[in-house]
Ligand binder design. Structure first.
Ligand code: SF4
Length: 212
């Protein structure tokens, strides 16, 4: 695939759906909560957990160490895998407190590669969550790969469905300008298209990418 083809796909999705305004959060800190709470569940479930934290004034990593694990798990119960996610939030809170004194702006000053390594060392943070945090919370130029991306781009024959996360990421980053806004919007558009059309049984006739 050439760079113009990938950009054409991006433009087709953008003109079909318009800007997606991701990430749907008020602050960088909220994006990090969302990236963890949305793992292996729907965004609706994650949103309910975020609302529960907000309503109890606990949507802050400074507050997380003051809540015990059981209380935290109960607050986020709508997001599934509550015990694991409660532990993950506590691990991120410890990391942010110990390394950055809870200052996200200080965190943003560190190079992308170093931050990615730090995030991947944390409990239950895999490449998709780490890259979502890097792109959407810290505005670093890295492309996020998810299951929809793999399904769509393998269906069109650009990649194989069992290619690694890293291979997919390299494919996008080699063929797109290194631009945070493009990465932000393109991933959001892929998720939107995947949710609406690129289901296990794809609805290709209605999809804006049918001619690709
Ligand atoms: S629904 Fe069909 S046309 Fe749309 S991205 Fe999936 S495979 Fe491609």
């Amino acid at each position: 695939m050439s760079q113009p083809t990938l950009l054409k796909i991006y433009q087709s999705l953008l003109s079909a759906f318009g800007p997606q305004h991701w990430w749907p959060a008020n602050t960088a800190e909220e994006v990090i909560f969302g990236a963890i709470l949305a793992q292996n569940t729907t965004w609706e479930n994650a949103k309910r957990a975020i609302a529960a934290l907000k309503n109890t004034e606990n949507l802050s990593f400074k507050k997380i160490p003051t809540i015990n694990l059981e209380e935290l798990a109960d607050l986020i119960k709508s997001a599934r895998f509550l015990n694991q996610k409660a532990k993950a939030l506590k691990a991120v809170a410890d990391y942010l407190g110990n390394t950055y004194n809870f200052d996200i702006e200080k965190m943003k000053k560190k190079p992308l590669g170093k931050l990615r390594e730090e995030l991947l060392n944390l409990y239950r943070i895999g490449p998709e969550t780490a890259d979502s945090i890097l792109l959407y919370a810290l505005e670093k130029p890295i492309f996020v790969i998810d299951a929809y991306t793999k399904r769509m781009f393998s269906q069109h024959g650009f990649m194989k469905s069992d290619d690694s996360y890293e291979a997919y990421q390299k494919f996008f980053m080699d063929n797109l300008p290194h631009n945070v806004q493009v990465y932000n919007e393109f991933h959001a558009l892929i998720v939107h298209t995947g949710y609406l059309y690129c289901k296990p049984k794809p609805l290709c006739e209605e999809c804006p990418l049918s001619h690709f």
